[in-house]
Ligand binder design. Structure first.
Ligand code: PEP
Ligand code: MG
Length: 592
């Protein structure tokens, strides 16, 4: 390996360039050494165990202090639970007993106790106790690492500005990132539509995913260049390469700043056709970004993040508070809030979704809500109560057919009745729509359109289900083709079904914010396109560079072409003539 410059290619998940030192997050489990202790060494071994527990406590207390300063209450609560477990008599006393009586070394004794503890928790009747299994494993790993001398990295502990290198990152990891501590990140696995990638774009952190072997190639402290626009990682770059990339970074930043001129302008073609550009949001803190980037409301608020990094379910009051902030924050523009979409690649702790062999096709999203009506109702009550504070639209995810929709609507009606009886005000005309992301829903879009106020096409899942490709699997990423003729036909059919029924049709999948697909979507006649707020200015720039007539002709022509590659070539050929070189550079038009 040595110090040679190496370039590896992956999938550009979030554009921009980051230059900095690597910080390896090692999520692998610690190998446990097993030694039989000599009698005379036993008290030293017990003392070594106690020191490792004390060190672990000190580390957790430090993270807790930092987290408390950042205001993440739920995370503080988790850390308190972890600290309590470290003080648990069973864990400490039983480990010391095994060292003393069985002559086991500290790592072996602790690993044995942890296994028993985890087994006991796994069979607990109480779901709260079952959930503690992950905590026990987490703190056990921490003490083990302190015993064997490997520190455990956690994003919350990072103080310098670094580039994170990990095998994979959970959405709960990305939720802890901000531009103050993370310059960029790279992972072995993942794809453009994994939630980690979506979060990276929202936070404007350059990222490359699907690099396959990056955790083996990079050591902590190595100098790295992340080129999120081109999907490249440069390891231990030479001086001239760093100079070249510093220049590229500056150019990227200048061009990005230039785009700011589009922010106050309408998203309108040269011949006067207007589209509503809305934002996809996951955290209330992003609302300022929605306004700052010139989006006209929220096209998709993903409520899953409300359920993350915590041990208890959000209460109705918490739901209400968050939704009120969102609805008020973007009023008079619409705020489309999606009911929880857990499962798939979005596992959440307090909800206790069972591990399924095929989670993408499992008990997720609306299916879960229709089963756990109490959890669903708390969210719907919070939503309806927030409706009087602005322009709320409620959206159900993963609807596969009419009966599911009717069941969800019936529960919503029940909740309205309850609120009415209790004297809580709500907007009786709150619009209700659905995500079209399952092929069965797309096929019967004309029937569904009679029973809802709007559609929003979720291409992330629609493509996954229609083309049978796991959206987070980098090995089949090459088949993930938004311009596949089948996908374009499905989209056209849904838009037309919506238009015939006189309802609004939006798109909120990642495809909507990708400049490459934009001219086609414009030509298909969407009412709203919803994307990461940071993409809004560049998308406006493109819309303002062309006419609706051109877009319509392009959409009609490409719908007759047989492959995604031919369609892409046609789009590129047509559009590259319309865009300025600056816009073309920003969207990585030449290289994909
Ligand atoms: C989608 O599936 O396109 C979508 C927008 O929802 P999510 O990415 O949250 O599954
Ligand atoms: Mg989806």
């Amino acid at each position: 390996m040595g110090g040679r410059e190496t370039v590896i290619e992956g999938i550009g998940a979030s554009p921009g360039i980051a230059i900095g030192r690597a910080y390896l997050i090692d999520r692998s489990r610690v190998a446990v050494p097993q030694r039989q202790m000599a009698r005379g060494d036993i008290s030293r071994e017990v003392a070594r165990f106690r020191r490792a527990v004390d060190r672990s406590k000190a580390q957790l207390q430090r993270v807790r202090r930092q987290t408390a300063r950042g205001g993440a209450k739920e995370l503080v609560h988790i850390l308190d639970t972890n600290l309590m477990l470290l003080e648990d008599a069973f864990l400490g006393d039983e480990t010391i007993r095994l060292i003393r009586q069985e002559g086991m070394n500290a790592e072996w004794a602790l690993a044995t106790v942890l296994q028993r503890f985890e087994r006991a928790l796994a069979t607990a009747r109480d779901s709260y106790l079952r959930e503690r299994k992950a905590d026990v494993r987490y703190i056990g790993e921490r003490v083990l690492r302190n015993l064997v001398g490997h520190a455990q990295a956690s994003i919350a502990e990072i103080r310098d500005q670094v580039i994170i290198v990990a095998h994979d990152l959970a959405p709960s990891d990305t939720a802890l990132m901000h531009r103050g501590n993370v310059l960029g990140f790279v992972t072995d696995i993942g794809s453009q539509t994994s939630h980690t990638a979506i979060m990276a774009r929202a936070l404007e952190i350059p990222a490359v995913v699907g690099l396959e072997r990056v955790t083996r190639e990079v050591r902590s402290g190595d100098l790295l260049i992340v080129d999120g626009t081109e999907g490249k990682l440069l390891i231990r770059p030479r001086k001239p390469t760093v100079a070249e990339y510093l220049e590229k970074k500056e150019r990227y930043e200048i061009l990005t700043r230039e785009l700011l001129k589009y922010i106050p302008l309408p998203a309108e073609t040269k011949d006067g056709f207007r589209v509503r550009l809305a934002a996809n949001v996951e955290l209330p803190a992003e609302i300022s970004s929605v306004i700052e980037h010139g989006a006209e409301g929220i096209g998709l608020y993903r409520t899953e993040y409300l359920y993350m990094n915590r041990r208890t379910l959000p209460t109705e009051e918490e739901h209400f508070e968050v939704y009120r902030q969102i609805v008020e924050g973007v009023a008079p523009h619409p705020a489309t809030i999606r009911t929880m979409d857990i499962g798939g690649d979005k596992f959440l702790s307090p909800v206790g979704v069972a591990k399924e062999i095929n989670p993408a096709l499992g008990l997720r999203a609306i299916r879960f809500c229709l089963r756990e009506v109490g959890i669903f109702k708390a969210q719907l009550r919070g939503l309806l109560r927030a409706s009087v504070h602005g322009n709320l639209r409620i959206m159900f995810p993963m609807i596969s057919g009419v009966s599911e929709l009717r069941q969800a609507r019936a529960i919503l009606e029940e909740v309205k009745g309850e609120l009415l009886r209790e004297g809580h005000p709500f907007d009786k005309h709150t619009r209700v729509g659905i995500m079209i992301e399952i092929p069965s829903a797309a096929v019967i879009a004309d029937i569904l359109a009679r029973e809802v106020d709007f559609f929003s096409i979720g291409t992330n899942d629609l493509i996954q289900y229609a083309l049978a490709i796991d959206r987070v699997n980098e090995h089949v990423h090459y088949l993930y083709e938004p311009l596949h003729p089948a996908i374009l036909r499905i989209i056209r059919q849904v838009v037309e079904a919506g238009r015939r029924a006189g309802i609004e049709v939006a798109m909120c999948g990642e495809m909507a914010g990708d400049p490459l697909y934009l001219p086609v979507l414009l030509g298909l006649g969407f009412d709203e396109l919803s994307m990461n707020a940071v993409s809004v200015p560049v998308v406006k720039g493109i819309i303002r560079s062309m006419t609706y007539r051109e877009a319509r002709t392009l959409a009609e022509e490409i719908l007759g072409l047989p492959t995604a590659a031919e369609i892409e070539a046609a789009v590129r050929e047509r559009v590259s003539r319309l865009l300025t070189p600056g816009l073309q550079h920003l969207i990585g038009w030449k290289k994909r």
